[in-house]
Design a protein around this ligand. Sequence first.
Ligand code: NAD
Ligand code: LMR
Length: 338
Amino acid sequence: YPSNPQMGDGSILERTNCRAKGGAAGFKVAILGAAGGIGQPLAMLMKMNPLVSVLHLYDVVNAPGVTADISHMDTGAVVRGFLGQSELEGALTGMDLVIIPAGIPRKPGMTRDDLFKINAGIVRTLCEGIAKCCPNAIVNLISNPVNSTVPIAAEVFKKAGTYDPKKLLGVTSLDVVRANTFVAEVLGLDPREVEVPVVGGHAGVTILPLLSQVKPPCSFTHEETEYLTKRIQDGGTEVVEAKKGAGSATLSMAYAAVKFADVCLKGLRGDAGVVACAFVASQVTELPFFASKVRLGRTGAEEVYQLGPLNEYERIGLEKAKKELAESIQKGISFIRN
Ligand code: NAD
Ligand code: LMR
């Protein structure tokens, strides 16, 4: 037996290859940044997803260790590890879904935009690889600042001639997960029964929870609305401060990313009525990208829903969100064009 059969340093057992091929019912998923704070629990949870037949774990450090560890789980997906730029092509070739949590996280006192300098280049390189090796894959982009990294990815794909706006999704599911949790707390409900649409983007005031559209229908006092909106917008900062320099949300993010990846895979499978919030190319506002509810199908985000009726508080919030979003989107576009 090879010392590390999942890393391709020997002939991986014939039977394992058969199992990977035989997983015709399942999808091939790559995680880029798989050894990180989000990447590791995300890899574990994706290995538990019965819709996944092949799981590729790519990172610039520690991919062999994480791969060996995850590969011992007795679930269906075949796991393979890929280490460093020279193995990026192998990691991406043939993938149906690519999830990207690669990049540095915030420390207390930083904004998500402070991560742009480093993460913009990382996202560019990874998306160049996707354009080359799996141009038809659905991309779930987690790396911050999402409001800029999604436009960066779009520009890279445009340059390569592979851009399909339906296939590029900025992951905002953590905002929805937080909103469901905090709203359920206020209402005294089980969070699993609560659905809060969160639109706009993924940073500060661009995160706009639509509390007037919560399911089950309910109403909030002005104080509750202010408290909930602020808590949802500052959810990331709450975790960054609690971790005191040791990073940002990882476990709740992995949970939210898996929830979102699962709806993407169900859409790919052809399930009906699969809807989730995501930051996508959009005509819902005058901005080229915006987060709102989308319907996932065989080709990605097949329908982008309008925002629906907003109350006065939300209309004011929307104007603030659009102002900041416009700048972040432009910053991402300029990074590739100039
Ligand atoms: P982390 O530092 O723990 O892990 C990041 C991983 O990326 C590391 O393993 C690192 O080696 C890897 N990496 C760096 N450069 C790479 C490259 N070129 N190719 C492949 N991998 C590379 O960070 P984390 O806590 O996992 O956070 C990752 C990113 O996710 C951060 O940008 C963070 O801000 C963002 N994030 C987004 C959300 C969201 O809601 N969208 C939520 C939480 C965190
Ligand atoms: C989050 O919302 O938790 C992430 O965007 C990480 C961060 O920097 O807050």
